[in-house]
Write a protein that binds this ligand. Sequence first.
Ligand code: ME8
Length: 492
Amino acid sequence: MKRFYLTTPLYYVNAPPHIGHAYTTIAADVLARFWRSAGRPVHLLTGTDEHGLKIEQAAAAAGLSPLRFSDNISAQFKELWDHLDIRYDDFIRTTEPRHETRVQECFSKLLKSGDVFKGLYRGFYCVSDETYWTETDAAPDEKGRRLCPNPECRKPLQAVEEESYFFRLSKYQQPLLKHYRDNPGFLKPSHRANEILRFVEGGLQDTAISRTKVKWGIPVPGDEAHTVYVWFDALLNYVTAPQSSDAFADIWPADVHIVGKEIYRFHAVTWPAMLMALGLPLPKSVFAHGWWTVEGKKMSKSQGNFVDPRAVTNEFGVDALRYFLLREMPFGNDGDFSQASLKKRYNAELGNDLGNLLNRTVDMVDRYLAGELPRRAAPGESPLAQELSAKQPLLSSRMEELDFSGALGLIWEAIGRLNAEVNAQAPWKLVKTDPAATQRFLFDLVRSLRIIGGWLEPFMPQTSAKMQAQLGMRQTDGGKIQKAPLLFPRKL
Ligand code: ME8
């Protein structure tokens, strides 16, 4: 069966990872876990983007060679993914030979076919965004400065005039528009599709794809005064990585490239055009999610307000971070990361709604049923569990749509339903008059919580495993309840 192939952006190694990077990678991991649990083979690719001026400059500032510098930061990304329980299938670094040689092959192929040609580039360049801008894009402001037109960046641009290789992007305007029309699911979420359509309808210019003034890059084959432009190099990772596996035919094309909204154009315009030029099938979709601010402010070097994911997990735990990121901000929209909101969701949703429900269920089973756990239900035996199971298709469709907060909302509705039912049934009273009914209800509750535990696995693998251990989720033959410490002790 073709694997469900999903990718994250390759993160720049100029600085250590922050919650923005964690967000995208956790989301990809959640989707990957969802598909694995549905029985679909999955291939999740992530990695690091290590060439270009920005890295060259960061390495120089640290007094290290670019490769040594990249080794260090790339390793920090990997360690963080392990710490956050992110299970990727492949991690690619753009400095690996398996990538570099294939980038050169692609470059040569396009040069031969005429989609790459030599010319003179005259325009502007933003080192921070590693992006070319034209004279018109970068019109001077009232003080005569030329600043990066990206509203998130606004850094001073470099004027560039140099010999350059170009990619014939203009040729792909009509094929791209046709592809968007014929594949309405390609540009996701739909509310971001218009921005891309307007841009492509406005006409595409051929784009520069090599630099003579940047040394830290993949040499252009046969013309080593040039290095390949870092974006042309990095985008190709999505094929160079699986091409180095025997299973390329089971992996490519990607089912979804998950990216932040600021790099949507590269992924929704440049990348599919490159694939068309290379004669490779296009990915099924490109999904652009929104951006986090922190306590109402943009994260930036000048603000010094990058949130270190480890600071959050040290205080709240890995699962709480995973949960918060995917619950707080609907995938595709923007949102704000604040300590107050994190603590509130932690205490109310994780501590009270879920943690207490599990804890009191375990206590009641221990006290009223001498710890006896139910077997798998016979039809009609567990109405609550049955009610929950009936929500499975809706939950799956939300996951398939990458509507993670919607899926969590549905799970928390079910948790709320169970809490209300415990209060209504009041087993602590019922047990005095009707022990058989108490057992029926508590068995139903345990079975329902086993379902919730399964649903939570993609989002909170550790919590799911703990629930499994307490409730004997794998057991079909009853067994005994395991008491354990609170999942989410209250934070003041
Ligand atoms: O752009 N909110 O790498 P990068 C949400 N190397 N997501 C955020 C975020 C925020 N505030 N900040 C970062 C690059 N991200 C290129 C990509 S791909 C072939 C090359 C996430 O290190 C989000 O996924 O700047 C964004 O697209 C990515 O980090 C940018 O990472």
